[in-house]
Design a protein around this ligand. Structure first.
Ligand SMILES: [Zn+2]
Length: 383
């Protein structure tokens, strides 16, 4: 009898443990599922980054590349979203771009989840929420992960006390976590860590597909100096300047900044140094990324509204102009999409003999007004 009493006690303990373990596991596994991306008839093919970096095959860092080939000779434009998944407007802009673009001349390549592993976790102890939902105009919802700026340590571990990137950038002590940051390891190495191999895969993609123009989309915390800036490699100077001018003509603030020698390993510096492409990187404001934000909720992530940051601006601590109504995802995504359009226009001014032509994003006001509810397509439409 006594023997059975122990058995029941053990079963009870096991049952109680499962009560917590099962929901936690489901939560955990849900973070590993990629959000669906709607494939339109404009899409030519989807390849994997492992086609350009074989070591990524079967890993959580292998990622999709969406090809839009007009069939007419012209330039090749590569768009990177999700280098840092927690910069939500940059990831969503890449998805909205894929779901709305029409290419008439040349090719457009889009990687919406550049660091795919980084979507599968959030920053520990920061009170992050895991997901947010966008309601579409037809009433359906699409759910997206918040993610993190670094590769998930479950996919790449440990962080070494010293790591030297292919650019010569040395990561040591507190910077050693950056060996899981795609935007520190360009041009990458096929013999390096998985994050390093992502960088090498993108470099090989640029070489093999003869990419002419690159935009790496980002967001920054309100304290960051380069919000509403585009960083450019020196060879991309004229194109970046003309792009900023195009945006200013539409009433948008856009500044440009030359990629400095200290930026080794970042896309605009080290992809620019090691490929023939003109490489640029754009930043928008994201209040959920800085340390001063309050509760992490939809108001913060989707509406981009954080009264504490607004107050810090009013008190003179943050120079970036933070409006009372915040800067919603809709507006930041519209800015990214219009920037891609303006960059293409600027590129065509400099290279009329090798143009890139696509449509869908030439009217900033219309994009901002439509918002993600109209730009994102219902998932049921996926063929
Ligand atoms: Zn970033």
């Amino acid at each position: 009898m006594r023997k059975y009493a122990y058995l029941w006690k053990n079963l009870l303990a096991l049952g109680l443990a499962l009560l917590f373990v099962i929901p936690a596991s489901l939560d955990f596994l849900a973070m590993r599922r990629d959000e669906p991306i709607v494939r339109t008839d404009a899409l030519s093919q989807v390849r994997q980054l492992s086609d350009y970096a074989p070591g990524l095959t079967g890993t959580a860092l292998d990622t999709e590349i969406y090809f839009f080939d007009s069939g007419r000779p012209g330039g090749v434009f590569l768009v990177l979203g999700g280098t840092h998944p927690n910069e939500s407007a940059a990831s969503l802009a890449a998805i909205a771009f894929i779901e709305n673009i029409r290419v008439q001349t040349g090719k457009v390549l889009v990687i919406p989840r550049t660091n795919r592993s980084a979507f599968s976790h959030t920053s520990p102890l920061d009170g992050m929420q895991d997901f947010f939902a966008i309601t579409l105009d037809d009433g359906s919802q699409r759910v997206f992960r918040v993610g993190n700026r670094l590769t998930n340590p479950l996919d790449q571990w440990p962080d070494l006390p010293y790591y030297r990137g292919a650019s010569g950038r040395e990561l040591r002590t507190t910077e050693s976590v950056e060996m899981r940051n795609v935007d520190r390891l360009y041009p990458g190495s096929l013999q390096g860590t998985l994050t390093d191999q992502v960088c090498a895969g993108i470099k090989n993609l640029i070489d093999q597909e003869q990419v002419n123009l690159v935009m790496d989309m980002h967001e920054g915390s309100p304290e960051f100096r380069y919000l509403n800036y585009t960083m450019y490699h020196e060879r991309a100077k004229n194109v970046a300047a003309d792009m900023a001018f195009e945006m200013q003509l539409a009433g948008l603030e856009m500044n440009i900044e030359l990629s400095g020698p200290a930026s080794l390993g970042l896309s605009h510096r080290s992809l620019g140094d090691n490929t023939n492409a003109l490489v640029t990187l754009m930043e928008t404001y994201n209040p959920s990324m800085g340390p001063l934000h309050g509760k992490m909720d939809d108001e913060l992530v989707i509406d981009g509204k954080e009264p504490l940051y607004r107050q810090a601006h009013l008190d003179g601590h943050i120079p970036f102009k933070i409006p009372e109504e915040g800067i919603p995802l809709d507006v930041r995504v519209a800015r990214h999409l219009f920037c891609l359009d303006s960059l293409k226009t600027a590129y065509n001014y400099s290279f009329p003999e090798n143009p890139i032509e696509f449509t869908g994003f030439s009217d900033y006001e219309a994009l901002a007004q439509a918002g993600l509810g109209a730009l994102l397509q219902p998932v049921a439409n996926t063929p």
